[in-house]
Design a protein around this ligand. Structure first.
Ligand code: ADP
Ligand code: MG
Length: 871
């Protein structure tokens, strides 16, 4: 270390404390990176790698970014999964003796970026912290830019924890280091997320409790809601953010405490498979439920809607409260339109407050805030025309914030600059001192013009003019041909090609008056801006409450608007066990596939005789679409939104599950049979009689008999043990026999019209089952060459013929009908296989025959094998 230059020494000392970060070291107008950091920065940012003399023989690798463009570079580094420590010069280099003092002023990590993008950003950016203690676990999450805080308590179950994390979708996660070799860590630690391992002695319950008291002061009700596990998770989160931002107080909303039971549970796979907020195929834009129903006008509303989709309600009353409000403004459509007009005026106040709090706001942000507040009285008035419970709550909670509006309106000019330090911010009439200084600067400009006029007259130089530049300040400019007229009290400052520049005593005096007033003015303007900012910050609780009303109102109007647009109806919600949907539609497919008219279908599920639907039909008939639409309608209803149907009665559902058979799982491509079975196990473990299960061709990923056996056993288990409403699509026609065995299983098929060799999809769900797969017809429609189709047809015929013959042989004895579950068939086959004819006596042969006959007649003769298939 000793032979490094002083600057590199300082660099290395600071870097030592920020080993896990890329250190941006400020040198004049640049942030420099050195050594390994420089190599990374040059590669990731595509900037030139140079070298710097560091006192050693080899130069130190170095790469720099200009200070004024740093933000986009920093974001790029963070997006690439790096943490960035920003090291500034802490004293003016021109005044420093020796090496300039430097230190890190903040660390930027994926979860702590404070976005500068005010309008239109409907995504949240969460940082989450997980803590586990024995049976209990907690996930605390914070969006630093909006102050949104969610505290979640769970039982210690890796599936639950992982699911919640995926739902919140944080860009960074804090995890105790002792969990670093657990399965949880492995699952969390993928490319999109940074997992920070926290030293175990970071976790300090007593310190956290003290901090909580500081943060929430006298709000003991709130503090009492924290149990030790949530406090550990939350405390670690709080301290991490304070540390990285290097600030002493945080912008937080009141935490929301959540438990799993308040909402309908939608696990990670189901959420993806139903394409609630993200599309399975990333290139298919617009194919999510969120995209279809998001008609919000504000960024806050957009973020809240996303949360509501991921967390449908479970309480009938809470759902009804939303539905009634939606219904009211559908009926009073003029109020809906008014709400939409007003909401369109509102900027992302949530993030704006974050910027204000972190001292990142500029005068234009205050104008954006003012413009947003301006419409609050209009919103309040429009609310007064509404009468449902939710609107009454809004009326009570909303604060029109007139004082804050007036404050900004009186103080800040209408079109301010976006910088803070150059003045031009404060309106005339707000502050006497400002007005006086304004007058002075304006007046001195007039004095300058007077002086210019006076000097022209005195010297007789008509072209004489007063100018200004940064180096010399004000000067008098005289062209070369007039130089003979310049009086002696002019002091020469600069000679140019065709003119010379001078100053005079009087001009210098005037200049210092002007600069003095300007400095005073900008300093005072800055002070006043900070006062106004502090005043607004002190009212932040009121503003946040109103912001929530705005976001919620925006969601409700979005529900109403989309319901009108797409002809949705109000569902009837109750605690019963029925799901009855008349002419239901798939909300996304009906909008995406504009060429074909969407065919509506019914469903009539209950916990008595119609618990499980077994749905058959050829590929492409519409089985998957039908089942997903039922799940989506239930989810939409429980979000408090209207639904795409003519009529719907929904007994609330506690959990929705969907699973897709391995070979039908387009989402990951890497899904294996094992994964499919894991998921089936998860369902069978977690589903209740209040759940809705969708199984789409489960059992495909293995051999036919295996798969069929598993599917059979799963249905039986659900029918008898779990009693969860289930839709089960399958190509195993054998499963339709279950209708006769289990009273609560019903067969359905998706109808087609067969015209010679061709089929037409009718998309209508009918009672009964289908005995044929029509795979060859579908292949033909897909354009498989005729030669292949013809060969396949011939093969199919001969296979069917041999199956028929086989059946015929066995039909002679009813006990031996081809039944894969018959153990007798297998035993007989084994027996015959093991016979060694060469060593057998005729008597042996007869005895064997008798044995076989006994086996056959001792079998199950009760099963009714009527073929009820409808084709
Ligand atoms: P399956 O699961 O039976 O193979 P899908 O449900 O995947 O069939 O449907 C295949 C395609 O048929 C869908 O992508 C959609 O375009 C169309 N489709 C499905 N159901 C309907 C319907 N009810 N009305 C109109 N088109 C439909
Ligand atoms: Mg399908």
């Amino acid at each position: 270390m000793s032979d490094f230059t002083p600057m590199i020494k300082q660099y290395l000392e600071i870097k030592e404390q920020y080993k896990d970060c890329i250190l941006l070291y400020r040198v004049g107008d640049f942030y420099e990176t050195f050594f390994e950091d420089a190599e990374i920065a040059s590669r990731v940012l595509n900037i030139v790698l140079t070298g710097k003399d560091c006192g050693k023989e080899d130069r130190a690798p170095m790469a720099g970014i200009p200070y004024h463009a740093a933000e986009s570079y920093i974001i790029k580094l963070v997006d690439n999964g790096y943490k960035v420590a920003i090291c500034e010069q802490l004293e003016d280099p021109s005044k420093a003796k020796g090496l300039v003092k430097r230190d890190v002023v903040r660390v930027v990590t994926p979860g702590t970026i404070i976005s500068d993008n005010l309008v239109g950003n409907k995504d949240s950016n969460y940082l989450s912290s997980i803590y586990i203690d024995g049976e209990n676990a907690s996930v605390s999450s914070l969006d630093v830019s909006t102050g949104d805080t969610i505290i979640l308590r769970l039982t210690n179950d890796i599936d639950y924890i992982y699911d919640e994390i995926v739902k919140i979708n944080p860009s960074e996660i804090l995890l105790p280091r002792k969990l670093s070799n657990t399965k949880l860590f492995q699952r969390l630690n993928n490319n999109d997320r940074l997992v920070e391992l926290m030293l175990d002695d970071e976790y300090d319950l007593d310190r956290y409790r003290k901090q909580l008291l500081e943060q929430y002061g006298d709000n003991t009700d709130l503090i009492d809601k924290f149990d030790n596990v949530s406090l550990m998770a939350f405390g670690a989160l709080l301290n991490y953010v304070l540390d990285t931002l290097k600030i002493s107080n945080l912008y937080l909303k009141q935490p929301e405490f959540e438990t799993k039971s308040k909402y309908m549970e939608i696990d990670n796979f189901t959420r993806r498979n139903l394409e609630l907020v993200e599309s399975i195929r990333s290139n298919k834009n617009g194919s999510t439920l969120l995209n279809i129903i998001d008609r919000t006008k504000t960024a806050m509303g957009g973020r809240l809607l996303k949360r509501y989709i991921l967390n449908p309600l479970y309480s009938v009353n809470e759902i009804k409260v939303r539905l009634e409000a939606v219904e009211e403004i559908i009926i009073k459509k003029d109020l809906l339109n008014k709400f939409r007009e007003h909401l369109a005026q509102i900027y992302d106040i949530e993030r704006l407050l974050g910027k204000l709090n972190y001292n990142n706001a500029n005068p234009r942000d205050l104008i954006a805030l003012k413009e947003s507040l301006k419409v609050l009285p209009d919103i309040f008035n429009t609310l007064c025309g509404c009468e449902s419970d939710l609107f009454n709550i809004f009326k009570e909670e909303i604060d029109t914030l007139d004082d804050i509006y007036l404050l900004i309106d009186k103080a800040i000019v209408d079109d301010p600059p976006n910088t803070l330090k150059d003045g031009g911010i404060i309106k005339t009439g707000y502050n006497d001192e400002i007005d006086k200084l304004h007058y002075l600067t304006l007046n001195s400009k007039k004095l300058l013009m007077d002086l210019e006029q006076k000097e022209r007259e005195k010297t007789g130089i008509k072209s004489l003019k007063i100018g200004y530049n940064k180096v010399f300040g004000y000067y008098i400019e005289v062209t070369t041909k007039n130089l003979n007229l310049v009086p002696s009290y002019y002091i020469r400052k600069q000679t140019l090609a065709n003119c010379e520049r001078f100053i005079t005593e009087e001009l210098k005096r005037l200049e210092s008056d002007i600069t003095e007033a300007e400095i005073k003015l900008t300093t005072l303007e800055y002070q006043l801006f900070m006062e106004i900012r502090n005043k607004i910050i002190s009212e932040i609780d009121r503003i946040q409450k109103t912001v929530f009303v705005i976001a919620y109102l925006d969601v409700i109007q979005s529900y109403a608007y989309v319901s009108i647009e797409n002809n949705y109806v109000k569902p009837e919600i109750n605690n019963g066990d029925k799901i009855i949907i008349k002419n239901g539609r798939h909300p996304v497919i009906e909008k995406l596939d504009k060429k074909n008219l969407f065919v509506a279908n019914d469903v009539n599920l209950d916990n008595e005789n119609n618990l499980i639907y077994i749905i058959t039909g050829p590929n492409m008939a519409g089985k998957s679409t039908y089942m997903r639409q039922v799940a989506l309608i239930v989810i939409m209803a429980q979000m408090g939104c209207f639904v795409p149907a003519d009529h719907a009665i929904i007994g609330v559902v506690d959990k929705v599950f969907t699973r897709v058979g391995a070979s039908d799982d387009i989402s990951s491509g890497q899904s294996t049979f094992m994964v499919e079975m894991n998921e089936v196990a998860y369902i069978l473990k977690n589903a209740t009689s209040k759940s809705l299960i969708i199984l789409d061709e489960i059992g495909r990923g293995t051999s036919t008999f295996d798969g069929l056996s598993i599917a059979w056993a799963v249905i039986e288990y659900i029918s008898i043990k779990i009693k969860a409403k289930t839709l089960f699509a399958t190509h195993y026609h054998e499963l339709v026999k279950l209708e006769d065995e289990l009273p609560n299983v019903k067969n359905f098929y998706v109808s087609i019209y067969k015209n010679g060799d061709d089929i037409v999809f009718l998309r209508k769900i009918m009672k009964g089952s289908m005995s044929q797969s029509f795979g060859i017809q579908v292949a033909k429609m897909a354009g498989v060459p005729e030669e292949v189709i013809n060969k396949a047809k011939r093969l199919l015929k001969s296979l069917e013929r041999s199956e028929k013959n086989f059946n015929k042989i066995h039909e002679k004895s009813p006990a031996t009908q081809l039944d894969i579950f018959s153990i007798y068939t297998n035993k007989i086959v084994e027996l015959i296989k093991n016979i060694d004819i060469n060593t057998m006596t005729p008597l042996d042969a007869l005895n064997k025959l008798n044995e076989i006959k006994n086996l056959l007649t001792g079998g199950d003769q009760t099963r009714d094998e009527q073929n009820k298939n409808i084709g």
